[in-house]
Design a binder for this molecule. Structure first.
Ligand SMILES: *Cc1c(COP(=O)(O)O)cnc(C)c1O
Length: 486
């Protein structure tokens, strides 16, 4: 498979797309076409690594047996559930796919446990002997998942930038206590959008790149702008479908919906790619919190990032500039790179753009979008615990709130993607039951007592882990910081 950029340029191989992360034109790499994988090849499969290798193989220049070795290593006993992405049935028409069973308790592990294997394979092919220096901007969960995935992986270094006051206490502790010889963590004074923009500028900074090259490294990304991040995510949409067929909830060929709490649009875009590959999907439901720029985009065809940025409980979707939407725009524009470039120019200039009515209509056939506020999020956490004994994290609860409203108009069976373990946000989740205290670990203990949900070992361990990374800098100092740690 060859990859082309959403803003034009020559096609590159899968290995190059993964090692580079972002295209030299500033666009994102997308596959030249969407392969289809016949249903009989995966629908009876209940082994996650095998299914993932089957779905990912057509995108990569690698024999399936070799890829299977990699998926087996990635989806191993680092996950605390043998199903890797287990499904929990809530009622006749809704089930929840839990994507938080990896080492950092967020769905980012689904991709970031796999990406290092893809990266090493790709480096061996096209790396030219250079090591790869991975820059990450995180809204909280990607950072830890990238650190965990790349920690002590030969030939790589990873540097995470997180918004100093924009992540949960557990997310912060997870990152600043990370061990490993090749890992760096820096707080920045700014929000996620600021950090992500600064990282994109570093990628585009020629003289900085040259200095990094001279030090023996080439830059890459572990954010979902890297196609190697998206690809592993496509697999769990297939896995969910296969599970519903296997347990008799649906028949082969029936369409289902997916509902996804959405920030940078990577997770739900993988669902769209699955649809384009032929997975029977009716609607992709895009759920946002108060930072509801995507709701406006799907409802009105106008993307308007000129609005206040709110800090919320579902902080991993506190995003106003959704990077991966660019890949969807590329499809909505019938793969017209110059059209995408002009929208993106308008976005970085005026902070907004409008798509054509045709494009809006095309997207509306597949996507539905809505949002909810903080109180509704808390109410949903409480309601679903009381009703089903099921405890949701704030991101999952955002999706659940949106889905609960949506289902009045469509009773298609729906899989709701749960993206984080509730104990990653214990202080906020506890707020659904009673007033939380100052101390995070008191709240963790209290939440466990009230709900009967066991405290994950990795959360308990944070209380006594030493802080290793305490550096915080201004946005303007990020380029210097990138060089300093080398
Ligand atoms: C990253 C994240 C999301 C958003 O996923 P995108 O791919 O950025 O849309 C949602 N929930 C949690 C818990 C996350 O960590």
């Amino acid at each position: 498979m060859q990859y082309i950029s959403t803003r034009g340029g020559e096609p590159v191989s899968a290995a190059e797309a993964i090692v580079r992360g972002i295209s030299p034109s500033g666009g994102l790499f997308v596959p030249q076409e969407f392969p289809s994988v016949p249903m009989q090849n995966w629908v009876n499969q209940n082994n996650y690594p095998t299914l993932a290798a089957t779905i990912m193989q057509p995108y990569l220049d690698m024999p399936e047996e070799q890829l299977l070795e990699l998926t087996k290593s990635a989806y191993s006993n680092k996950f605390d559930d043998p199903n890797i992405a287990p499904i929990v049935k809530l009622d006749e028409k809704e089930c929840i796919m839990e994507l938080f069973h990896g080492p950092t308790l967020a769905f980012k592990d689904m991709a970031l446990q796999m990406l290092p294997y893809l990266m090493r394979h790709s480096l061996a092919e096209v790396g030219g002997g250079k090591q790869v220096y991975i820059l990450v901007a995180t809204s909280g969960d990607t950072g830890k998942a990238a650190l965990e995935g790349f920690c002590d992986v030969p030939g790589t270094a990873v540097h995470v930038f997180y918004p100093h006051e924009g992540v949960s206490r557990a997310q912060l502790l997870q990152m600043v206590t990370q061990q490993g010889k090749n890992v760096y963590v820096s707080g920045v004074h700014g929000n996620f959008d600021d950090a992500q923009t600064a990282v994109k500028c570093i990628f585009a900074n020629a003289s900085l790149n040259q200095q990094i090259n001279e030090a023996g490294f080439s830059l890459s990304s572990a954010n979902s702008i890297n196609f190697g991040r998206l690809l592993p995510q496509i697999a769990y949409y297939y896995s969910a479908y296969a599970k519903l067929v296997q347990d008799g909830s649906i028949k082969q060929g029936d369409k289902i919906n997916f509902c996804v709490p959405t920030g940078n649009f990577g997770n739900i875009l993988a669902g769209y790619y699955a649809l384009r590959m032929g997975l029977p999907i009716k609607k992709l439901i895009c759920a946002s919190n108060r930072n509801n720029v995507l709701t406006g985009f799907f409802q009105d065809g106008v993307y308007n990032a000129r609005r206040p940025f709110y800090k919320s409980m579902s902080c991993s979707i506190d995003i106003l500039v959704s990077s991966n939407l660019e890949r969807l725009l590329f499809e909505a524009a019938n793969r017209d790179a110059s059209q995408v470039s002009s929208w993106m120019q308008a976005l970085s200039g005026d902070g907004s753009y409008r798509i054509s009515d045709d494009a809006k209509k095309t997207l509306g056939n597949v996507f539905y979008a809505d949002w909810c506020d903080e109180q509704q999020t808390l109410d949903t956490i409480r309601k679903y615990f009381d009703k089903y004994g099921y405890l949701m994290d704030p991101h999952t609860a955002v999706a659940q709130t949106v889905f609960e409203r949506y289902r009045a108009q469509d009773d298609t069976p729906t899989v709701l993607l749960s993206t984080a373990h509730p104990f990653k946000f214990a202080s906020d989740v506890l707020g659904a039951f009673e007033k939380a205290q100052e101390d995070e670990f008191e709240n963790v203990a209290r939440l466990s007592k009230i709900t009967g949900v066991k405290i994950p070992d990795s959360i308990a361990a944070l209380e006594n882990s030493p802080v290793i990374h305490d550096f915080v800098c201004d946005l303007a100092d990020m380029p210097k910081r990138v060089l300093d740690v080398l």
